[in-house]
Design a protein around this ligand. Structure first.
Ligand SMILES: [Zn+2]
Length: 273
């Protein structure tokens, strides 16, 4: 027996006399409880439906700005097979958009054959707070044998000379200093390089014989970008083999798909982008 146990006469009294009688809800109060319960059920139901809907549809939280180079009077480079850079990169950007738009919000710096300044192209990416900016071009050379894909990122003006193949809007910008860019944007360079690395991995797997070059270059259109950015030359338009491929819609669609796979790789990795 424990101390405090009631052994007196009160212990044998009926419970109903000891426990205070609970109040029975009135009709009005009962209605309030019923309405409250129904509201809770409705909220839970809607939340479940919303969650289900969210799982079905990809979250388009990432913004990708694609920049088809040139346009309008600026045709870009030309090659055999009547290959014209501005047209090729436009169709290429549209092929990429078709592939990406189910998972990302995609913005094109130009949607047709008209001119857009380099400043406006970069500004469009910055204004829209893009998560990735990709400028599309073809390589070109005075000689016909260079071919393959080249990818450039911006690391300030300390890169190598642009050299052969660099012209028009890819030319070096050395007279326009960018204040403290290296300090302010150095973290973006690493992410840009990482994207290029993923792209090289994808493309080298799909095209074992591909000539792939990547490196830092003082590319104007990338210089002011406030996000990971790269310029991709999707082939050498002055090379007969590349020009033929660039004019082939099926080839363009395949390459666009592989580049988009690399974009998926980039965003699936946790880089705190
Ligand atoms: Zn170009």
């Amino acid at each position: 027996m424990d101390p405090g146990d009631d052994v007196g006469p009160a212990a044998s009294k009926p419970l109903k006399k000891i426990i205070p009688r609970q109040k029975v809800p009135t009709g009005k109060f009962r209605s309030c409880i019923l309405v409250g319960t129904l509201i809770c059920i409705l909220i839970v139901g809607l939340s479940a439906a919303y969650a289900q809907e969210s799982n079905r549809q990809p979250k388009k939280t990432r913004i990708i700005v694609l920049d088809p180079g040139h346009g309008g009077r600026d045709s870009g480079a030309r090659g055999p097979e009547n290959a014209i850079e501005k047209n090729i990169v436009m169709t290429f950007a549209k092929a990429m958009t078709a592939r990406l738009k189910t998972s990302y919000h995609v913005i094109l710096t130009r949607k047709d054959d008209y001119q857009v300044s380099l400043f406006d192209r970069t500004a469009m990416a910055n204004h829209n707070k893009a998560d990735l900016f990709i400028s599309l071009h073809t390589g070109a050379s005075y000689r016909s044998n260079p071919r393959g894909i080249s990818v450039f990122y911006y690391e300030g003006n300390k890169g190598p000379s642009a050299g052969a193949g660099f012209q028009d809007d890819r030319q070096a910008e050395s007279s326009q200093p960018i204040q403290n860019w290296e300090q302010q944007r150095s973290h973006l360079t690493g992410k840009s390089r990482y994207f290029v690395k993923l792209l090289q991995k994808r493309l080298s797997t799909k095209y074992p014989d591909l000539t792939f070059y990547s490196g830092n270059a003082p590319v104007v259109v990338l210089a002011g970008a406030r996000m990971p950015a790269a310029l991709i030359e999707i082939g050498h338009i002055t090379n007969p083999m590349d020009a033929k491929a660039l004019n082939d819609e099926a080839w363009r669609a395949a390459l666009a798909g592989h580049i988009c796979d690399a974009i998926d790789d980039f965003f699936s990795d946790d880089l705190s982008l």
